[in-house]
Design a protein around this ligand. Sequence first.
Ligand code: NAD
Length: 498
Amino acid sequence: MTTIGHWINGTGTPAGSTRTAPVFDPATGKRQASVLLAEASDVDTAVAAASKAFESWSTSSLSQRTKVMFAFRELLVKHEDELARLISSEHGKVVEDARGEIVRGREVVEYACGIADALKGSFSDQVSRDVDVHDFRQPLGVVAGITPFNFPIMVPLWMHPVAIATGNTFVLKPSERDPSASNFVARLYADAGLPDGVFNVVHGDKTAVDAILDHPDIAAVSFVGSTPIAKYVHERGTAAGKRVQALGGAKNHAVVLPDADLEHAANHLTAAAFGSAGQRCMAVSVGVAVGEAGDELVAILARKAREVRVGPGSDPASDMGPVVTEAARERVVSSVARGAEQGASVVVDGRGLTVEGNEEGFFVGPSLLDHVTTEMDAYREEIFGPVLAVVRAETVDEAIALINANPYGNGTAIFTGSGAAARKFQREVKVGMIGVNVPVPVPMSYYSFGGWKDSLIGDSPIHGPEGVRFYTRAKVVTTRWPDDASTSAAAFTFPTSH
Ligand code: NAD
């Protein structure tokens, strides 16, 4: 059985690790590899390599950095198929969906290819007599990323291209459930000409995370994962004096007004709820059916949920693969059971599904719950599986109030034919990313990604302009070149312009 090791200073290595965790093939339910779990000393080794590499990488020219990014981008294109299959084999999602996350992650590399533009400073001429002011930004040093299982390549790509292109060096601690994509990426960076030590991967669990959070030579930490861990990472990382951006969980609502094209809305809700088996931070997990839209919408959703083809991610006929672990499958099953106990009507029940030939796989079918209320667990908890809960509301105001009372605020969408309703919705809703007739409004790489409330701890969204700001700090320089005529005596009052 393969043992997946770390990538430190340009080479694969076990470092000093001996503990391991299993890596499953979720479609078969079988353990296919082990991944090494780093000790604090292994994190030290990676940080030492990254610190050394920072000395030269931080002084490399913008052209050298963008050259590497362009080459890296080409390699991501060239190896897309191989990478998509690798992701699918450890995560379970269908290969086409894995391809989608590669493409969306690659867009951040494309943004990083243009980092020279994003790093341009400003200049003010003659702010005072013979005095000019300019600013510029410099990298922080060694920065780290801690990432979740659900997008094993895209979420790390939200971080490291921007960090590296702005002159930092990087230590990635990916999810231990699907670790291989990160090592693959490390090899692509090396082939693209990235110097050793600029990008490092340490696999691990809480031990590695804590070592990162406490490490005196790590300047900043980017985290994406569940809200309790995001809060923990933010608290411990900032207490250690680091910059921390921490993106958390979600409960995304899609509001459907009676004037929407219900067939269109239901198509998109189905894909957004059950795509990747609901394991997306931007998945729609709550449908808010407004007024008379309710019964017809639920009827169409039920038909479409039953049509979802569930099977191995490697089968091109599958729309949806398994969930990531047996524990995740059990969590979904028990959420649907509690929904029924607490009074929701289970319109479509995915609990009993088995996939022929893959009976041991972590499969669970799409479930549709109707008449869910805000007190039920199925509404309050992030299930992170293929469960769509439908809540009924009388008006768009009621729908907005419902969303605003929810502790999460990652993404939301409205389906309507009314510009006025859409405008009201986007102005009043307390959510970071909003779709109008678009169910999964993931911003393009030249915007920044981030929710509100418990979906983002701290104040820094990820990638795009906010990413550049996060991974750099500014200097403001005030300059005078005195000549004989302008030389004056020292003034002891506070300087003001004249
Ligand atoms: P998770 O929080 O369990 O794990 C995320 C990372 O934290 C992993 O690298 C893991 O090894 C580490 N970790 C786990 N437990 C830890 C602990 N006790 N102490 C220290 N580190 C720990 O999340 P997950 O299950 O891998 O991913 C799913 C979650 O991520 C969902 O809540 C989803 O909404 C969220 N997510 C959010 C976004 C976003 O952009 N807001 C994007 C993707 C996923």
